[in-house]
Design a protein around this ligand. Structure first.
Ligand SMILES: *[C@@H]1O[C@H](CO)[C@@H](O)[C@H](O)[C@H]1NC(C)=O
Ligand SMILES: *[C@@H]1O[C@H](CO)[C@@H](O)[C@H](O)[C@H]1NC(C)=O
Length: 375
């Protein structure tokens, strides 16, 4: 019988038969069972490490000192290493910066920072600075750096090799709220009101074990569920509040307008309150990709487990117009940020008008900078 393997994994057998377990415990007369099943990985970083890394974290509902100051709000993009010579993502990142910094209809009152992966060409960094972006250099985080040795992840393209680098947004604690955007977002209308999304102050009474997703641990026959082990994080649950991870519902091609609420969010645009403690928790979860779909959707799979609607830290749903994925003709008038590879003119995944919009927007950007002074 498979009960507790590690504090993080709760087996479905246990969940199905709590009553049976009680009877079983009485019969077995305790003791040995706990020794066997409340097993912790001896290599786990314990509280001392966490405390020294994070200092004394004063957020939490009992202190309520978390600052929420608009002068500490920012948009943030990520520029990764190119996977080909014609780095179209660099162009797309420039367009994102232009739309947020300059374009009359879409420009924001908040600054734009770009997390630039170490190793990106200097001329690209210089160009983004000229475009008005502020640069934050970040280390590359390879998927293998976070995942426990020997555990596999879904094979993705090169482009995804460093996608966990996006998690360094949680390290940028000089900001109170960060709207992190993928480069393939075309800003169509001003989205500054996203920053009004409040923090989550209160914890659910308990995770909903009926609803939390199931997974199969390698070598196991019974399905398990993820459960937070706050001892292994070295922090009490209360210290994780308030927090903020807000995003739009993920959806499928041909969805209705507005889309139906979904179990999962799309990680292409998120509003987060950076927190080293939350990052620590995310990294602990990241070690076991079998819990999050073998990272099939990379950081999106991971974050959808960490901020699952039925766990201790549910994500906050924001309007679908902030992140238009699988846009339909009917969605179009509402979409404030359109998500897709609109530079691919024969791509059938979105209304063709968006390819035209992207080209026009890119042309406007080039015209703007030419006019500005020949750079
Ligand atoms: C903390 O502050 C927020 C916002 O001001 C408020 O909604 C919340 O109730 C406060 N929590 C506590 C425990 O005082
Ligand atoms: C990126 O934009 C430049 C013009 O600014 C253009 O010459 C280049 O072809 C574009 N690259 C791609 C991959 O589209």
């Amino acid at each position: 019988m498979n009960l507790w393997n590690r504090a993080m994994f709760i087996s479905k057998a246990f969940l199905r038969s709590k009553l049976l377990l009680v009877a079983f415990l009485i019969v077995m007369n305790l003791g040995l069972l706990f020794v066997l099943h409340v097993y912790r990985n001896p290599g786990y970083p314990g509280s001392s490490l966490v405390a020294s890394h994070l200092g004394s974290h004063k957020h939490g509902p009992f202190y309520n000192q978390t600052s929420d100051n608009p002068s500490r709000y920012t948009y943030m993009g990520l520029l990764t290493l190119p996977t080909s010579d014609d780095d179209v993502y660099f162009n797309a990142t420039r367009l994102l910066v232009y739309r947020l910094n300059h374009h009359p209809k879409t420009k924001s009152q908040y600054p734009v920072h770009i997390l630039v992966m170490k190793g990106v060409d200097q001329w690209k960094i210089d160009r983004l600075c000229k475009d008005g972006a502020k640069i934050i250099m970040v280390d590359r985080v390879r998927t293998e750096d976070l995942v426990d040795e020997g555990l596999s992840i879904a094979p993705g393209s090169n482009r995804y090799e460093y996608m966990f680098t996006k998690l360094s947004v949680f390290e940028q604690t000089q900001f109170d709220k960060i709207c992190i955007l993928d480069s393939d977002l075309l800003i169509r209308k001003n989205i500054d009101d996203i920053f009004k999304t409040p923090y989550t102050f209160t914890s659910p009474e308990a995770p909903d074990l009926e609803q939390l997703p199931l997974f199969l641990k390698p070598g196991d026959e019974e399905e398990s569920q993820f459960g937070d082990d706050f001892k292994s994080y070295g922090a009490a649950k209360e210290e994780f509040y308030p927090y903020l991870v807000a995003a739009s519902d993920d959806r499928n091609p041909g969805h209705p307008t507005p889309p139906e609420p979904s179990e999962t969010f799309n990680a292409g645009l998120m509003l987060v309150h950076p927190s080293k403690l939350h990052l620590h928790r995310i990294k602990m979860i990241a070690r076991y990709p079998f819990m999050y779909d073998n990272a099939r959707m990379m950081e999106q799979s991971l974050l959808n487990l960490a901020y699952n609607a039925h766990g201790w830290f549910p994500w906050t749903r924001i309007d679908f117009s902030y992140n238009g994925v699988w846009i339909t003709e009917e969605d179009l008038p509402y979409i404030r940020a359109a998500h897709g590879k609109f530079w691919e003119h024969d791509n059938q995944e979105f209304p063709p008008i968006l390819a035209a919009e992207w080209s026009q927007a890119f042309g406007e950007m080039n015209a703007f900078y030419n006019y500005e002074g020949g750079n």
